[in-house]
Ligand binder design. Structure first.
Ligand code: SAM
Ligand code: DTB
Ligand code: SF4
Length: 342
């Protein structure tokens, strides 16, 4: 099968474990690695074929981020500008006022974002913060935007409160492979991450989970990470793939750059294994050429973060993205017209 990408891509085969909507949850590491290592043209053809079955290939979802609580985080994630353990020069701030968040959401909507993602530099939210964050969810949702939050680990009570407020998505990345995880973060475990993801899913909140490339992981780690995501009981509805933005002062400030072709291979593998998920070309676009981004879209990425800032780091911004979309003939997904095929 692996020698003939077309037969799988054209749906001739129905491997065991394939559920409704063409989703499989029984990917073996060997099978995934063989796909990742296909000749590049075969890999891209296969990914694009899978992509076209579920999505309009020329429509890209735009999500906007806002850091609602910046810096001073107790965790030691070695890529992060917001960990209090590293001197990154970032100024820590308190949880933002609700009306400031609403103002940001209004601007994002005007720029064509359909989802507003609110992130806090916490290991986990404190009970005393839950009233404010749930109010943010209610107000942003009332504006007709999809809501997403990323607040760290959640308890059963937290997920119930967020669900009650109407939260649509929760972002919680596995970040890398289980094997490599302790080299990147020591203050929590890979199992802790999976536990929060299970709680979110159980509460009926949609899952956004992906990872970062460029942490010093091997190609095998990248494949393992994607197999973990694809073999969850349900695929995450959103899969953000970040390219490390090397932040001065963090242990990864001098990390070697990820090869662009290897990055595209990871996007393609995510698309093939999770055919109906939105695969988001996430952090790192400000350092990517138009050509690399175009290859990512061809490999099946169909979502981006828009605006000139991510949480704390740079992003291309509206003008650059408008020019890129025009060059590639891409259109932004609007709330009314989904990029999903009927
Ligand atoms: N504190 C929460 C947590 O860690 O789950 C939420 C915020 S955290 C900044 C969200 C994700 O952003 C991380 O899991 C990581 O995948 C990504 N990220 C953070 N810093 C990054 C960087 N310098 N380059 C690329 N991705 C990064
Ligand atoms: C995700 O996977 N990437 C976003 C979002 N989820 C929260 C965050 C990217 C952060 C990039 C570094 C920064 O802005 O500090
Ligand atoms: Fe804290 Fe999240 Fe940054 Fe880790 S990634 S240091 S948990 S803000």
């Amino acid at each position: 099968m692996l020698d003939n990408p077309i037969s799988e891509a054209s749906g001739d085969e129905r491997p065991q474990g394939r559920g409704a909507g063409g989703q499989r949850h029984d990917w073996s590491v060997e099978e995934a690695r063989a796909i990742y290592e296909l000749p590049f043209n075969d890999l891209l053809f296969r990914a694009q074929t899978v992509h076209r079955r579920a999505f309009d290939p020329n429509t890209v979802q735009k999500c906007q981020l806002l850091s609602i609580k910046t810096g001073g985080c107790a965790e030691d994630c070695s890529y992060c500008s917001q960990s209090s353990r590293y001197d990154t020069g970032l100024k820590a701030s308190k949880l933002m006022a609700i009306d400031e968040v609403v103002k940001g959401a209004r601007a994002a909507k005007a720029n064509g974002a359909t989802r507003y993602c609110m992130g806090a530099a916490w290991r986990e939210p404190k009970q005393r913060d839950m009233q404010a964050v749930t109010a943010m969810v209610r107000e942003v949702k009332a504006m007709g935007l999809e809501t997403c939050m990323t607040l760290g680990m959640l308890s059963n009570e937290d997920v119930a409160e967020l669900k009650g407020a109407g939260l649509d998505y929760y972002n919680h990345n596995v970040d890398t492979s289980e094997r490599f995880y302790p080299e990147v973060i020591t203050t929590r475990t890979f199992a802790d991450r999976l536990e929060t993801l299970a709680r979110v899913r159980e509460a009926g909140i949609k899952v956004c989970s992906g990872g970062i490339l460029g942490l010093g992981e091997t190609p095998a780690d990248r494949v393992d990470m994607l197999v973990t995501l694809a073999n969850l009981p349900e695929h995450p509805e959103s899969v953000p793939i970040n390219m490390l933005m090397a932040i001065e002062g963090t242990p990864l400030e001098g990390a070697a750059k990820v090869d662009g072709i290897a990055f595209v291979r990871a996007i393609a593998l995510a698309r093939i294994m999770m055919p109906t998920s939105y695969v988001r070309l996430s952090a790192g676009r400000s350092e990517m050429s138009d050509e690399l981004q175009a290859l990512c879209f061809f490999a099946g990425a169909n979502s981006i973060f828009c605006g000139d800032q991510l949480l704390t780091a740079d992003n291309p911004g509206e003008d650059a993205d408008a020019a890129l979309f025009a060059k590639l003939g891409l259109k932004a997904e609007t709330s009314g017209t989904s990029g999903r095929m009927a």
